[in-house]
Ligand binder design. Structure first.
Ligand SMILES: C[S@@+](CC[C@H](N)C(=O)[O-])C[C@H]1O[C@@H](n2cnc3c(N)ncnc32)[C@H](O)[C@@H]1O
Length: 240
């Protein structure tokens, strides 16, 4: 049975497509296995595996990885439940990707430093580590903007789920994306919950400086365009 974490994850991340071309291109550009860090329910891992790449999906939340295994449908995807700040898979990858803000969930500079140290040991000599960071102050779209994002809905069995980003708030150097989640029972009653994801503010320049301090070389950035629903991202690219 799908976990509630996976239901919310699918609703809140699953429809994002603007970055897929970037990950597809990077996977074609770099030879060797791909590590998807913070893979969630496999939005990117499943796409790359379907294209024939050898993909390992790593996440902290085992219930999300269970969905990847269930959805892989014949594609070989290894799943690893681990913290990206201290993983050791004892192998080297041609490409390590960190899509969709995930590097902004590592607990600030110290957490990112631990990730870079682990990733530097597991990137192949000619490989690439690519991290997407969102411009949290882009007020042209999404949770910050005048155009409030629409609710995402699904029904699982007889229970309805809906979620919508309703506000962005500041706490030190983090932005909180507040969501209103609703669960509608078969008798029509609705449980309302509030959930806030706290995301670290970090610039591409800061990330590159931190990576350089971990011995990684800086490669040209790539760009993911903003959409009506999602803010744009810079993709910081690093070589081992
Ligand atoms: C914004 S979601 C992105 C999911 C997926 N990559 C996508 O693009 O659809 C962030 C994911 O990172 C995972 N995550 C957060 N902190 C992590 C950590 N320290 N180590 C591993 N995974 C982490 C979360 O469990 C979640 O699945």
């Amino acid at each position: 049975m799908i976990s509630e974490a996976a239901i919310w994850h699918d609703l809140e991340c699953g429809s994002y497509q603007a970055d897929l071309e970037c990950w597809r291109t990077l996977a074609a550009d770099y030879v060797g296995p791909v590590l998807d860090v913070g893979a969630g329910t496999g939005r990117v891992s499943l796409m790359l595996a379907a294209l024939g790449h050898d993909v390992t999906a790593l996440d902290l939340d085992d219930s999300l990885l269970t969905e990847i295994a269930a959805r892989a449908a014949g594609s070989e995807i290894e799943t690893v439940c681990a913290d990206a700040r201290e993983f050791d898979l004892n192998r080297q990858f041609g490409l390590i990707i960190v899509p969709m803000l995930t590097v902004q969930l590592f607990g600030g500079r110290a957490g990112r430093g631990r990730f870079f140290a682990a990733a530097a040991k597991q990137i192949a000599p000619a490989g690439c580590i690519a991290l997407a960071i969102a411009d949290l102050h882009d007020d042209g779209a999404g949770a910050n903007g005048a155009d409030a994002p629409r609710a995402e809905r699904c029904t699982i069995g007889v229970v309805g789920y809906s979620t919508r980003a309703i506000a962005a708030k500041q706490r030190g150097n983090q932005i909180g994306i507040e969501r209103r989640r609703e669960i509608k029972a078969p008798d029509g009653s609705v449980e309302v919950r509030s959930a806030t994801d706290w995301v670290d503010e970090v610039t591409a320049e800061q990330l590159e400086a931190e990576a350089a301090a971990a011995g990684l070389a800086i490669a040209p950035r790539r760009q993911i365009p903003a959409t009506d629903e999602y803010i744009g991202s810079a993709v910081v690219c690093l070589h081992g």
